[in-house]
Design a protein around this ligand. Structure first.
Ligand code: ADP
Ligand code: ZN
Length: 667
């Protein structure tokens, strides 16, 4: 018994507050437990954030808790603090923040089925952990990185900046071993579900320790089970994607954020738009635990933090073992014959590598058969009726699909306007696969994109065919750039690097550089020398040249100088207020009113509203208002006064808005 009479409960509503309830005398309630409470005319599941012996609410108005769902708290004090902090920083209703953190399976409880979650008492770490596979003897750089991590008991931020194949994962695993040996547990975040099985497998092979894995590919039930294994301290290693950053891990001794630059760490839509990387850093501070951010292409934010001394910069400049760095070269598309998007030098190099018995990886960041369906009679282009976008041709399914809203229609045989024949224009992965299959009939092609690899098992099968040598050519999107280790790939081809060279988004250059370096890093990872060919119509472009001549570090230094001069993040702090409505005027009106709601203090600037680059999506018109400041506290103080007032703006029901603090994409 706590003796407390009242408790404050987080409930999944848009209201920006906790709700006070009376604890009935027979009820043993502690912070971090789920409770059933009456809410309006419903009964809902809430999470107790605090207990108290006083309340500000007139007692006559208070209602009693119906019952508890847990015998012991699911979340610890530091976990609760992290979520409260997230609600404040992202200016988001606290109940919805808790809803983001708890798996769905633990948030909805049918009355009948409501069963108590038994002993959630952290299981004291058992037995010593056996290391199954002999670790390598580390290189000097690996050794000093490891020493820094192991020496950091208590909070400490590290950037493990190591070229692809430099043995970052090996350093993580040896750091993990040290934590496990002293009875601790670790949290490992990775960006994509596609990556989880491989990382998971490497950890399983190395450690005879219980592992929980948390990712979006799990059913609600399985996810809740894995989450509870973590919460109860049954798992000593918790591996998961973005939202795993909120998973409770008793005895936490280390947090690893692999591929920290990856955009999927940022929740870009939906409710709470948070950065799991930033939350990991905060969590490390709150729980007194070191945090390692690892990447071959660190975000400019992290490099800036390292330069400012807020993060310790650990570098692995060379590939592990005997692997050599790949050689990068540009192919001038204007100077060569191009056949369906493939230049003569690229086809020639592919033949050479295939004849030598190697595998070739072809990267193209565009799925489907062709990005456009064109009528050569009248110039008609198949449009999406609900978006400012064209429909993508999918030949195999015989459909046209919008990659923005998901709308689909049948592929027309003739132009609906003039009746002339229509033709797919441009290249997508489906078409490149077809072209390569015709060009290299003896080399089986494996395609990696969301259309062919919807299920996680499908990806595992494709990876297996590559490893067994049954696939010789790999064609794919972004999916191929991440984390995979394909030892027999010696040639990487980047088909179209130009798409984002002229983007209006100030982060486009950073993303392009990261993509090129990451995909290039798939070449020659096992002692066989690697070659990378990048096709471009603009081979003189400074971005491509600095990347080729000075590598990612050179690019990053230049890009940071540009950001500083332009007062862009990380040298400024931003938040985007985004609104959408069924008319452009509706979204604009809301943002104009938001703009005049509260005068910003000196040092805080409002810009806009402006329509989004792709203004109409799924029949809704999107616009945004930017809030900027050179200083984070100034921005935060303004948002704290401003955001709670936004709900008071009179707007039609069709209007939706959301605040995005530290937005990654200014769409
Ligand atoms: P990264 O995570 O930086 O891409 P990995 O940890 O996956 O690199 O290492 C790349 C390859 O090098 C893997 O096959 C790994 O087993 C091997 N490796 C890592 N460290 C060493 C080492 N010290 N000596 C020899 N091989 C190593
Ligand atoms: Zn659309």
């Amino acid at each position: 018994m706590t003796g407390a009479q009242y408790c404050q409960v987080a409930i999944d509503t848009p209201l920006r507050q906790l709700f006070d309830y009376i604890i009935p005398p027979a009820c043993d309630v502690h912070p971090g437990m789920r409770v059933r409470v009456p809410f309006g005319r419903r009964e809902v599941v809430g999470l107790v954030v605090r207990t108290a012996s006083v309340t500000d609410v007139p007692v006559a108005k208070l209602r009693e808790i119906v019952g508890t769902l847990d015998e012991t708290p699911l979340l610890g004090e530091a976990d609760l603090k992290l979520l409260e902090w997230a609600a404040n920083y992202y200016h988001h209703p606290i109940g919805q923040v808790f809803a983001t953190a708890l798996p769905k399976g633990l948030r909805v409880v049918r009355k009948r089925a409501a069963r108590k979650n038994g002993s959630a008492q952290p299981v004291a770490s058992r037995e010593p952990i056996t290391v199954r596979e002999m670790p390598y003897s580390l290189s000097n750089a690996q050794q000093s990185a490891l020493q820094a991590l192991v020496a950091a008991r208590g909070a400490g931020n590290f950037l493990l900046d190591g070229v692809t194949g430099s043995g970052k994962t090996e350093v993580y695993m040896q750091a993990v071993a040290a934590v496990l040996e002293r009875g601790g547990a670790v949290l490992v975040l990775c960006p994509e579900i596609g990556l989880t099985p491989q990382l998971l497998e490497r950890f399983q092979r190395r450690f005879d320790a219980p592992i929980a894995s948390l990712h979006s590919g799990l059913t609600d039930k399985a996810r809740a089970e894995q989450w509870q294994r973590a919460a109860r301290g049954e798992a000593r290693i918790v591996i998961g994607t973005r939202s795993a950053v909120f998973a409770p891990v008793p005895q936490l001794g280390l947090i690893i954020v692999d591929e920290e630059h990856d955009a999927s760490y940022k929740q870009q839509d939906g409710d709470l738009r948070y950065s799991a990387r930033d939350m990991a850093l905060l969590r490390g501070q709150l729980q007194d635990v070191p945090v390692v951010l690892g990447s071959a292409t660190p975000s400019l934010e992290s490099l800036h933090n390292a330069a400012q001394g807020r993060i310790t910069h650990l570098q692995l400049p060379e590939r592990a073992g005997s692997a050599e760095p790949p050689r990068l070269a540009l192919v001038d598309m204007r100077a060569h014959v191009v056949h369906k998007g493939l230049s003569a030098p690229v086809l020639h190099a592919m033949r050479r590598h295939l004849e030598a018995g190697s595998q070739v990886l072809v990267f193209l960041n565009r799925r489907g058969y062709a990005p456009t369906l064109l009528c050569q009679g009248c110039g008609w282009v198949a449009p999406c009726h609900d978006c400012d976008a064209r429909l993508t041709v999918h030949m195999k399914t015989g459909r046209l699909a919008c990659h923005h809203c998901g709308a689909e229609e049948a592929l027309p045989a003739r132009c609906p306007r003039c009746g002339h024949a229509v033709h797919p224009l441009g290249q997508g992965t489906e078409r490149v696969e077809e072209t390569l299959a015709a060009e290299f009939p003896d080399a089986p092609v494996e395609r990696f994109d969301r259309d062919v690899l919807r299920a996680p098992q499908a990806l595992a099968g494709a990876i297996e065919r590559v490893h067994s040598g049954n696939a010789r050519i790999l064609v794919g999107t972004q999916m191929l750039t991440k984390g995979h280790h394909f030892p027999d790939v010696t040639l990487v081809v980047v088909l179209n690097a130009d798409q984002s060279l002229f983007s209006t988004d100030f982060r486009a250059a950073e993303r392009l550089a990261q993509t090129i370096v990451q995909v290039a890093g798939r070449a020659g990872r096992a002692g066989k020398p690697g070659e990378v060919l990048i096709q471009s119509l603009y081979p003189e472009h400074p971005l491509l040249n600095i990347l080729l001549n000075e590598g990612y570090a050179g690019f990053a230094a230049g890009a940071l100088a540009e950001r500083a001069a332009a007062h862009w993040p990380p040298f400024a702090r931003m938040a985007a207020l985004r609104a959408s409505d069924v008319t452009a005027a509706g979204a604009a009106r809301f943002l104009h009113q938001a703009r005049t709601l509260l005068a910003p203090p000196a040092g805080v600037m409002l810009r806009g509203p402006v329509p989004a680059a792709l203004a109409r999506r799924a029949g809704r018109h999107h616009a945004q208002l930017l809030v900027e400041s050179a200083q984070r506290p100034l921005l935060q103080r303004f948002l704290a006064g401003w955001v709670p007032q936004l709900g008071g703006i009179a707007a039609p029901r069709s209007l939706r808005w959301a605040l995005d603090v530290d937005p990654l994409e200014l769409f």
